[in-house]
Design a protein around this ligand. Structure first.
Ligand code: RTP
Ligand code: MG
Length: 169
């Protein structure tokens, strides 16, 4: 086989392997949670994570970060220009938060169910927001709203390498 053909085959195999690992296995059935700055300030990280894991979610990657305005506005870009946008940025940059990549079958929908409605007064009993949130703005926890956004949001906080290092744990 010529050197060129060998290179093409080798690169194709690497590409397929990457898609397999990062496309289907690493990012399928995944969602991104963020324990927001109010959760951290109220010392509720442990209680919220306990609820998350008791409900069958596996933690695939986690870190504590203090978001910059750029990072927060990129993350919540879809809400640019809405009346609550500036308040949301102030809130999300007001202290450290804890992004967590989670894995479970039907992760996105099940996690949205576990956190409850955006406004804690509308959230069902037993949900994270109903239990801990003080208002529609200060609502303790973020959850991705689609598989596509989960993929983007996980990539916002975690490098492929950070996810790969946790693969299979
Ligand atoms: P998230 O993205 O954080 O999981 O929240 P969500 O889907 O339930 O709600 P979304 O409409 O995406 O809003 C994003 C976050 O903006 C703040 N917000 N404040 N004061 C208000 O009327 C208002 N509306 C939204 C909340 O922190 C909300 O979670
Ligand atoms: Mg949202």
């Amino acid at each position: 086989m010529s050197g060129f053909l060998f290179d093409v085959c080798f690169l194709t195999i690497i590409h397929l392997l990457e898609n397999y690992l990062f496309g289907d296995i690493i990012l399928g059935n995944k969602t991104l949670a963020i324990l927001k700055p109010d959760c951290v300030r109220k010392n509720l990280i442990g209680e919220v994570i306990a609820l998350i894991t008791k409900n069958g979610f596996k933690i695939k990657a986690m870190k504590m970060v203090h978001l910059t305005k750029d990072s927060a506005s990129g993350f919540y870009e879809i809400h640019t220009g809405k009346p609550f946008f500036e308040g949301l940025l102030d809130f999300m940059t007001s202290g450290p938060c804890v992004p967590i990549a989670l894995e479970k079958e039907n992760a996105v929908a099940d996690f949205r169910k576990l956190i409850g409605a955006t406004d804690p007064e509308q959230a069902e009993e037993g949900t994270i927001r109903r239990l801990f949130a003080e208002s529609k703005q200060f609502n303790i926890c973020h959850g991705s709203d689609s598989d596509e956004n989960a993929e983007k949001e996980i990539a916002h906080f975690f490098s492929r390498n950070e996810l790969l290092n946790n693969f299979g744990l």
